[in-house]
Ligand binder design. Structure first.
Ligand code: BES
Ligand code: MN
Ligand code: MN
Length: 450
């Protein structure tokens, strides 16, 4: 038995400790938990034999850890995030979100897959090499953040300042998914995002809907009108200029996507639990998910939502909205286009304003890059199957910044599964992926050292 096989139980216990910390970055009352999670990561990196510290700035602490004892060998920046999404709706969890529960081959907890379990894979892969061999085959620099789920503003600021200590050859990120169980997968493209609130105001106070209905502007109706003006019933975004920079995938990429093992009925009814897929009818599914922008409403606040009936025309309403961006769309341009479209779509009698919360650019990496090629080979060896290249519709804001400001490619090795329930109740991580992921990453680092 090697170090990794011997230590599975210890790895699992460490992960459980990590998962018990409710490090929810979007809720300010969890600031102490954010710090505890950062300290947990730093302590583990130190115990593994790395020089590590918290980098404190305006936001949540960044955890930095390095081992640079392999002169002449490549230097990798290992990225992950210790923050998690809120767990609600709580009553839909079969076990409490911050009391990790192992059932069958899965561990259920918020952050188990996104991204504590996957961040821990990187940490344990390095620890195992250091403990069993006393050294690493390459140089590593960990950079683990605590704000990814809220836009990653402060890591972005830090990386954009190009600190000399971040000098490296490539980033390695475990924060994406395998395309299917047992299928080694590298993600080579992510969408960007523009997230914000649509604030709509009508009269300056709530009005009786009988007395004033027929004359009063209704901000909730206005939100519905604006939203439907911005995306039509066929899923086309109606924001002028929005598609101008959208670059279609190459025919090579399209053909590779068409060969992925995929059952659309299972995807629709089992994975999504939906009746039917929607979206631009003339665009194939993976292209809609990975290479086309989106426009979505996440929540609408306003008016009366309590028990029973209340006849009111609300004075104001707010909608949370986002659009996902694909290469070569630019966040600043998209924000300006969206603001202008909102202004034009606002019906008479209301004011409508889009207020930005966060934004990030899309990213594409060239799969011919030697670091990606070596990763594909290592994954193929570890899983005994040919590695597939996919893109993902999700966003990891720092990937575009690594590319633009550090000039490095990101190697995205995904160990999540499509049914891991990311951001949803009953998030889980498949333990065989956890253990195999650790060995696969170690194998990758060794191959880069040769
Ligand atoms: N790890 C996800 C992104 C992801 C999920 C990539 C699945 C590939 C496959 C990440 O933690 C995430 O959820 N990002 C947010 C970003 C945002 C809040 C800036 C997202 O995509 O909504
Ligand atoms: Mn994540
Ligand atoms: Mn996430």
């Amino acid at each position: 038995m090697n170090y990794y096989q011997q230590n599975r139980q210890t790895f699992l216990e460490g992960l459980q400790t990590f998962l018990r910390i409710p490090s929810i970055s979007t809720l300010s009352e969890h600031k102490p938990d954010i710090r505890r999670a950062a300290e947990f990561v730093r302590n583990e990196l130190s115990a593994a034999g790395l020089q590590s510290e918290l980098i404190e700035g305006n936001g949540n602490p960044l955890v930095y850890g390095e081992w640079l004892g392999a002169p002449g060998k490549p230097t990798l920046l290992l990225y992950g995030h210790y923050d998690v999404q809120p767990p609600d709706p709580l009553d839909e969890w079969k076990s409490p979100p911050f009391e990790p529960s192992v059932r069958g081959n899965d561990i259920f907890a918020r952050g188990s897959s996104d991204d504590k379990g996957q961040t821990y894979i990187l940490m344990k892969a390095v620890e195992g090499l250091l403990k069993s061999k006393g050294r690493l085959p390459v140089n590593v620099k960990f950079l683990i953040e605590g704000e990814e789920e809220t836009g990653g503003e402060h890591i972005e600021e830090y990386v954009k300042s190009r600190p000399p200590r971040l000098k490296c050859d490539a980033a390695v990120i475990c924060d994406t998914e395998m395309f299917a169980p047992e299928l080694p997968t590298i993600c080579v493209g992510l969408r960007g995002i523009v997230y914000g609130e649509l604030h709509v105001e009508g009269a300056n106070h709530d009005l009786h809907s009988g007395v004033y209905g027929g004359a009063a502007p209704n901000p909730l109706q206005a939100i519905a009108e604006i939203v439907t003006a911005l995306k039509d019933r066929d899923g086309h975004i109606r924001i002028p200029g929005f598609y101008d920079r959208v670059t279609p995938p190459s025919s090579k990429e399209r053909e590779a996507w068409a060969r992925l093992p995929f059952d659309e009925i299972d995807y629709t009814t089992k994975e999504m639990g939906a009746r039917q897929l929607v979206g631009e009818p003339e665009v194939p599914l993976f292209e809609r998910l990975w290479a086309r922008p989106t426009f979505e409403v996440h929540g609408i606040r306003g008016g009366f939502v309590g028990e029973g009936a209340k006849t009111v025309i609300p004075a104001r309403a707010v909608a949370k909205i986002s659009t996902r961006l694909v290469a070569d769309q630019r966040p600043d341009e998209a924000i300006a286009q969206l603001k202008e479209a909102v202004r034009k779509a606002a019906p008479k009698g209301v004011t409508a304003e889009f207020k930005l919360i966060h934004s990030a650019g899309p990213s594409l990496v060239n799969p011919d890059n030697p670091f990606i090629q070596a990763a594909a080979q290592a994954m193929t060896e570890a899983f005994g199957k040919e590695t597939v290249y996919i893109r993902s519709g999700g966003s990891i804001p720092i990937v575009g910044v690594f590319d633009e400001f550090l000039g490095i490619p990101s190697v995205m090795l995904g160990f999540g599964l499509p049914d891991d329930n990311l951001h949803a109740p009953n998030e889980k991580f498949h333990l065989p992926n956890f253990y195999r992921g650790i060995e696969a990453v170690a194998h990758y680092l060794e191959s880069l050292g040769r």
